[in-house]
Ligand binder design. Structure first.
Ligand code: SAH
Length: 442
């Protein structure tokens, strides 16, 4: 098989990124935008040792799950990968993706449940992180083209909340009228779904620039739901989005939102789930699986601003939260106070170090709720979970491969996975969230 060769093939499944897989004499080719069971003519674009890439030229047979993208920028913009897939097929692909890693990496005999899908698949995100640039002196706001840092200019993103789109439109006008686009790197917009409060973070190259105050005034005059404007100075040369130094330009340094009837302060740098409707289901399911009776000592590891632990605290004796980001821990402490929750304590530490310390001092824990970042947890953390004799673990994961890797370690440490429940938090995007319940068996 060679580059530029034309072949005909049938798509037999998906890669983890949602590309189609076509096998030619057993050799897999990855084909962007091809759906399972489709047949077509491909041109090979790259050949590696054990796999290759090809581009779809013509479809001879089209899948019933192929849909016209709702977004006119779907082809160029790197934000969404699944715009050509029906929502039903997106959920089937995500379930299969979790099942694949459980079979292949964790090597467990565990059947993944159907993905809990979203009722409304548009305008769902409460957080937009939008690059700003200039092209031929014209202001550009939009996400990057895939594998590139070219901004695909857009005025409305169909998966961002309507308030985020409104803020983006006004900010774009202000950047044009005050000629300040070259100062801005990104706009970070956070929308409190239940409260309607919006935070706008101006991620800029300079602390001071002409008409800074005029822009603040005009933004809040025109959009009274903007309750916080924060300037985040980022002079770094890499692609990390947020800088260290911040200045509150208007209102407070946080906005408030609610989940399961509790209030949460969210600041610019702390993590908060991006799909508020599905978050209610995700946390509800996780806490249901924790099987709490009111007597337990619960550890909420990678707790962010304390959301899961605080919701679980109503059904537990005591909750301990551990989180590395100090801004998130400050929010968490404040959040517990604001909600009058007294049986929770937060620690700012690396979850692994914290857990190993607990194990070393002979502490025990009844239930561990863990929600690590995409890179997953660590072997030391998992060994320490076993050492503190946790009876049950509920693992919330946004990275199926690291989840599977960690489940294999849990199995070695005497924990049996009881089930896997994916929850869709990201319609049109290839990200996949999944909850796994584990019980100690020896
Ligand atoms: N459970 C929270 C946050 C989940 S996101 C929620 O649902 O909102 C994962 C969190 O893990 C982030 O807040 C991140 O700051 C934190 N984190 C990343 N690495 C960590 C580590 N080594 N130790 C503790 N927390 C960590």
């Amino acid at each position: 098989m060679k580059k530029n060769e034309h072949v005909n093939g049938i798509c037999c499944g998906y890669t983890k990124d949602g590309h189609g897989v076509v096998k030619i004499d057993g050799f897999p080719l990855f084909v962007k935008g091809m759906l399972e069971n489709e047949e077509g003519e491909l041109v090979i674009t790259m050949v590696k040792k054990s796999y290759g890439y090809a581009r779809l030229l013509n479809l001879h047979k089209t899948s019933a799950e192929r849909v016209k993208p709702v977004c006119p920028l779907a082809k160029q913009c790197g934000g969404c990968q699944l715009q050509h897939m029906s929502y039903k097929e997106q959920l089937r692909y995500k379930k299969q993706k979790v099942q694949d890693v459980i079979d292949r990496i964790a090597k467990l005999d565990l059947k993944v449940e159907d993905v809990l899908g979203m009722e409304h698949q548009l305008y769902y995100r409460n957080k937009g992180q939008i690059p700003v640039g200039l092209k031929n002196n014209i202001v550009q706001t939009g996400f990057y083209r895939i594998n590139s840092n070219e901004i695909i200019d857009m005025n409305t993103c169909l998966i961002q909340s309507e308030r985020i789109n409104t803020v983006l439109a006004v900010m774009k006008e202000l950047l044009v009228s005050y000629e300040n686009a070259s100062v801005f790197r990104h706009l970070l917009i956070k929308d409190g779904f239940h409260t309607g409060e919006v935070m706008v973070v101006w991620i800029t190259r300079k602390k001071n620039f002409p008409h800074k105050e005029d822009m603040v005034k005009e933004l809040v005059d025109r959009l009274p739901f903007v309750k916080s404007i924060v300037l985040n100075l980022n002079t770094r040369e890499d692609n990390v989005i947020l800088g260290e130094e911040e200045e509150v330009l208007y209102g407070q340094s946080f906005i408030t939102d609610t989940i399961h009837g509790l209030k949460f302060h969210i600041s610019s740098k702390s993590f908060y789930q991006v799909n508020p409707v599905q978050t209610e289901y995700l946390y509800g399911k996780a806490i249901e699986l924790a099987g709490l009776t009111g007597k337990e000592l619960v550890l909420d590891a990678y707790c962010g601003i304390g959301t899961i632990g605080m919701i679980a605290s109503k059904q537990a004796n005591t909750v301990i939260g551990v989180e590395l980001n100090s801004d998130a821990v400050k929010d968490a402490i404040q959040n517990a106070k604001m909600n009058g929750i007294r049986n929770i304590r937060f620690f700012c530490n690396d979850a692994t170090k914290f857990m190993m310390q607990m194990a070393m001092t002979g502490d025990t824990v009844d239930v561990v709720l863990m929600d690590p970042p995409r890179s997953g947890s660590t072997e030391e953390f998992i060994r320490a979970v076993a050492a503190v004799k946790a009876k049950r673990v509920v693992y919330i994961s946004c990275g199926p491969e690291t989840l599977a890797r960690d489940l294999e370690i849990f199995a070695k440490c005497g924990y049996r996975a009881q089930g896997a429940w994916p929850v869709d938090m990201f319609a049109f995007v290839d990200h996949t969230e999944c909850i796994v319940k584990l019980e100690r068996v020896n």
